[in-house]
Design a protein. Structure first.
Length: 540
């Protein structure tokens, strides 16, 4: 039923399965178990962090309101060890169409930034509500003498967090993590919440981002420059440098300056990274989530991988910047490094190194890396031994995220009995999930089920629709199967013209049966049909 296909898909605090990963460089992370009763609370609260554009002190302030985080911190301080890390939130990269017209006319009044910096008030309210019923004191008051911060108001928390992230009056570098997070406070109020952002509040970066989102790119440029001159890299300057890089790279039309863009991107990408205080959040279901430093490094990696407008292709530089992205906690960068070594992009193919990078990201639950690793282990390659059992396990891990390629691979395994006992019911269910997730080969497999009438009732119309879906997504078998049904008029009208087009496309994709089928079909077509087919192919 199934058929072979070539897949082509393109610290860190990870709370999953009862474990926390601590560490700055993802490659050096260690795994620590946390009590089961704390997992759900920490998970829920970790999903409600401020946006990445918020000052890093806001993350500290938010976590300080989490009773579990506070209790862990207090215990750590009492024992003279580092407390839990203050990890950075992440956000989806902004990648607008720079050629599109602005959403608001150029020259319009400036957008008004939210009263609470970067719109974090709503995020804070969830923490305030969750702690409203807590006692005013957590832990043993006898520790108050040894730890003068053991009884602190929210104002104190805010001040301590800001001081921890702005040492020496706002130095752009992080010199250490907060020694303690106070856990005792008298009960938050709305007034206190608003005061967190009053001191030192700056509107340059919020206005710049609002202008950027309105596609008023040229107007946002001076505001980003104001922000980068006024803010340390720990309080938003890294974001400003990133957006200056993106604007100069391609956001200013004829005034774009890629070389200047690279300079700003390098500045953002090389911002100091502290492996304890600067740990970003990673979500395997949204792998594009990133921080300013990580996004800048990824852009540079992609830029040098292909070259762009006077910036030459440089495989070694590309690898260097993906290395940097990985070092600052962007997990998908390890997948890119694996691809570089697997493809031999810089002339030195090294499958063992590719496997090592894929495995690092796979262990952190990145589905694309799990699939890439499984594909190599499934067949073996250049010094890497075949291991169908491990490959199957990695496909299963990726399938938990409804990864289309992993679901298709599992469907094939159960269909053909590869590494597991054949199970037709499991197979068709997995083919359906893979097809709904967008896998073209799975769509064609489902079409075959309905065409043959095995395990499901025969239905030519449904079979034809599935073949068509697979064909439109580039599957050569789907193109040939659809053409065959169009020639015979099965599941719909006869259509010799479109059948010829699909067979011609399949032949271009090196489908073995397609060239002979094209020749046979042309002998049956009228001159008018052949002319129409050529015209249709040209239009497409």
């Amino acid at each position: 039923m199934g058929k072979d296909c070539t897949f082509g898909r393109f610290v860190v605090l990870l709370l999953a399965g009862g474990s926390v990963f601590f560490g700055g460089s993802a490659a050096a992370q260690t795994q620590v178990d946390i009590p089961h009763e704390l997992q759900s609370d920490i998970l829920v609260r970790s999903e409600r962090m401020p946006a990445a554009e918020a000052p890093r002190s806001a993350t500290c302030e938010t976590l300080a309101r989490n009773p579990y985080f506070a209790a862990l911190s207090t215990t750590a301080v009492a024992n003279g060890v580092l407390g839990p890390p203050v990890h950075l939130p992440t956000r989806m990269p902004r990648n607008p169409d720079y050629s599109a017209p602005p959403l608001v006319p150029v020259g319009s009044p400036l957008p008004t930034p939210p009263k609470s910096r970067f719109g974090t008030a709503a995020l804070f309210s969830g923490f305030i509500d969750s702690t409203a019923s807590l006692p005013t004191s957590i832990g043993d008051d006898s520790n108050a003498g040894a730890n003068p911060l053991a009884r602190a108001s929210l104002d104190d928390i805010a001040a301590i967090c800001r001081a921890s992230y702005q040492p020496n009056g706002g130095s752009p570098e992080v010199t250490g993590r907060p020694l303690t997070i106070p856990v005792d406070y008298a009960g938050p109020t709305q007034k206190t919440d608003a005061s967190l952002f009053r001191t030192g509040r700056d509107t340059s970066l919020p206005i710049a981002l609002l202008l950027f989102d309105q596609r008023r790119f040229a107007e946002s440029l001076p505001w980003f420059k104001k922000a980068v001159n006024k803010l340390s890299f720990q309080t938003g300057g890294d974001e400003a440098a990133l957006y200056l890089g993106k604007l100069y790279l391609m956001g200013l039309g004829e005034q774009s300056d890629p070389a200047e863009g690279v300079r700003w991107l390098e500045r953002a990408a090389t911002a100091r990274f502290n492996p304890i205080t600067d740990i970003p959040v990673f979500d395997p279901d949204q792998p594009a989530l990133n921080t300013a430093s990580g996004e800048a490094a990824v852009i540079l990696g992609n830029l040098y991988r292909t070259g762009y407008r006077g910036i030459p292709k440089d495989p070694q530089a590309s690898r260097k910047w993906f290395d940097r992205a990985w070092d600052v906690g962007h997990v998908p960068a390890a997948k890119m490094l694996g691809d570089i070594y697997f493809d031999g992009a810089d002339g030195s193919r090294d499958v063992a190194k590719a496997v090592a990078y894929y495995r690092r990201a796979a262990k952190l639950d990145l589905p694309a890396a799990q699939v890439a690793l499984a594909r190599i282990l499934e067949t073996g390659d250049d010094g890497v031994k075949r291991d169908e059992r491990e490959a199957f396990a990695w496909y299963q891990a990726a399938a938990r995220h409804e990864n289309a390629d992993a679901l298709y691979a599992l469907a094939r395994a159960y269909d053909l009995g590869r590494g597991v006992k054949a199970d037709p019911e499991q197979s068709i269910g997995l083919y359906k999930r893979a097809a709904l997730a967008g896998n073209a080969a799975a769509m064609v497999a489902l079409g075959t089920y309905f065409y043959e009438g095995k395990q499901v009732a025969k239905d030519d119309a449904i079979a034809r629709r599935w073949f068509e879906q697979g064909a439109h997504r580039g599957d050569a078998d789907g193109m040939v199967d659809l053409a065959a049904m169009q020639i015979q008029g099965q599941g719909g009208d006869k259509d010799m013209v479109n059948a010829w087009v699909w067979l011609t496309r399949a032949a271009a994709l090196q489908h073995q049966a397609a060239p002979a089928a094209v020749a046979a079909l042309e002998r049956r077509m009228s001159p008018a049909e052949r002319a129409a087919a050529q015209a249709s192919l040209t239009r497409r």
